[in-house]
Design a protein around this ligand. Structure first.
Ligand code: SF4
Length: 435
């Protein structure tokens, strides 16, 4: 029996798919290279915005044809869209055999038993399952041999009014720290160099188990063989001085941070229920810049939240210009079902949102170009993750992709690279030293 998983959305979904692959392999399934060759096709979905929802509906339309050609193939849908709209999928797409939400991935073996005997299996838990920790005991099948995602917590207790995550992923649940440390140890023993800690709000890690996030960072840092530690995503309000000091002091902590600010205007931030002000956000950035050597930032921005005026938007542009992010992920606001803001009038026209987006991107383009030029003729530490033809590919500690020329085999190694050329999104360089 072969499986194929198509993953939409964020790193949490990627890591969930890696876990699902591990569970399927314990059940005797092997990976297929394409949908057409699989006995079980699973779509791991995202519902954060309207576009990913539409992609899943249209992909399901395509998969229906697959089922008409081969009636024995089983179709599954999981992830955030399944959690939010699983019963709607079940009624509109009667050919889907398996639907499960984000809180019961560990129940896949039981659900598959039902599917195998020809039943339809649908399980969407509203409450968190105390047995969810069983997940930690299943293997994880990863595509990247050198950089590994490690989920440290699930869910989110914040109530940002535009965000569907608290509805789809539930309350914050921190993973047992020893289980995380064991996983990290086993990863480095198997050749992984970079540990990327993930969760909906990792900076809130440990609040429910009285084990602060900075302590987890310290303990991971001590594991021999951990070359790099990253984490995504944090909330500015939980970015405490303790975490900043720890980031500054650990030798294997990268000097890059993704810290969403979403909007620059205090009035809009309040409507979004982000619980901080523009001044507070800029204070955290200042502190990070003063403590962590050469740190760079990326962020998320929502454009055109209900009632956003031109003056509000100017505050967003001001933050962009003050911080000088290396990368900005900006999105035009669209209201999502099951969010508090769903009941607010989405009063800005698409024309206004598009115009603001265009202006923001122009400013950001100039900032990125300026920051990228700073890398020219510098020596950067790069962790080499891949090789395409004769070029090695890796990331700097500041999370910039780098194409490297080397006569030695440097795959899976950390190297010092002299940057010879800077592009808009990537760097070119030659190896100076293998570390
Ligand atoms: S912090 Fe806010 S935006 Fe992030 S997952 Fe939680 S509710 Fe959503």
């Amino acid at each position: 029996m072969k499986y194929f998983i198509k993953t939409y959305g964020c790193q949490m979904n990627i890591n969930d798919s890696e876990k699902i692959k591990g569970i399927l392999q314990t059940q005797g399934y092997e990976p297929a290279t394409k949908e057409e060759d699989a006995d079980l096709v699973i779509l791991n979905t995202c519902t954060i915005r309207e576009k990913p929802d539409q992609k899943v509906w249209s992909h399901l339309g395509e998969i229906k044809k697959l089922k008409s050609k081969n009636p024995n193939v089983k179709i599954g849908v999981c992830g955030c869209m399944a959690q939010r709209a699983g019963y709607e999928i079940a009624s509109k797409m009667p050919f889907v055999d398996l639907i499960f939400g984000t809180k019961n991935i560990h129940n896949i073996p039981k659900l598959l038993e039902d599917v195998k005997v020809g039943n339809r299996a649908i399980e969407i838990l509203e409450e968190e399952d105390p047995l969810e920790n069983i997940l930690d005991s299943y293997p994880t099948v990863r595509d990247n041999s050198y950089c590994a995602y490690v989920t440290i917590m699930r869910g989110c207790d914040k109530e940002c009014t535009y965000c569907v995550v608290p509805f789809t992923r539930g309350k914050e649940r921190s993973r047992n720290p020893q289980s995380i440390l064991d996983e990290v140890k086993s990863l480095v023993d198997n050749g992984v160099l970079e540990i990327h800690l993930i969760g909906q709000n990792v900076t809130a890690y440990g609040k429910d188990i009285d084990y602060p996030f900075y302590k987890l960072l310290e303990n991971i840092s001590k594991i021999e063989g951990v070359k790099r530690i990253r984490f995504t995503t944090g909330h500015p309000i939980d970015m405490t001085d303790d975490i900043i000091e720890t980031m500054a002091s650990l030798p294997n902590m990268v000097n890059h941070l993704h810290l969403p600010f979403q909007a620059g205007s205090d009035r809009i931030l309040e409507l979004m229920k982000r619980n901080y002000t523009k001044a507070y956000y800029l204070n955290r950035i200042e502190k990070l810049k003063s403590k962590v050597k050469d740190i760079t930032f990326s962020t998320d921005i929502i454009i055109g939240f209900p009632t956003e005026t031109e003056e509000d938007f100017q505050h967003t542009l001001d933050v962009v210009q003050t911080v000088e992010f290396e990368q900005v992920f900006s999105f035009k606001y669209s209201k999502r079902p099951n969010t508090p803001a769903y009941h607010m009038e989405d009063d800005l026209s698409d024309e206004i949102k598009t115009d603001r987006m265009k202006r923001l991107l122009e400013i950001q383009k100039a900032i990125t170009s300026k920051l990228m030029r700073r890398y020219e003729n510098t020596v950067q530490k790069v962790l080499v993750e891949d090789k395409k033809e004769n070029t090695y590919i890796g990331r700097t500690t500041t999370n910039v992709w780098c194409n490297i020329t080397s006569s030695n085999d440097i795959l899976g190694k950390e190297v010092e690279v002299l940057i010879t050329k800077t592009g808009f999104q990537s760097l070119d360089g030659v190896v100076q030293n293998i570390l």
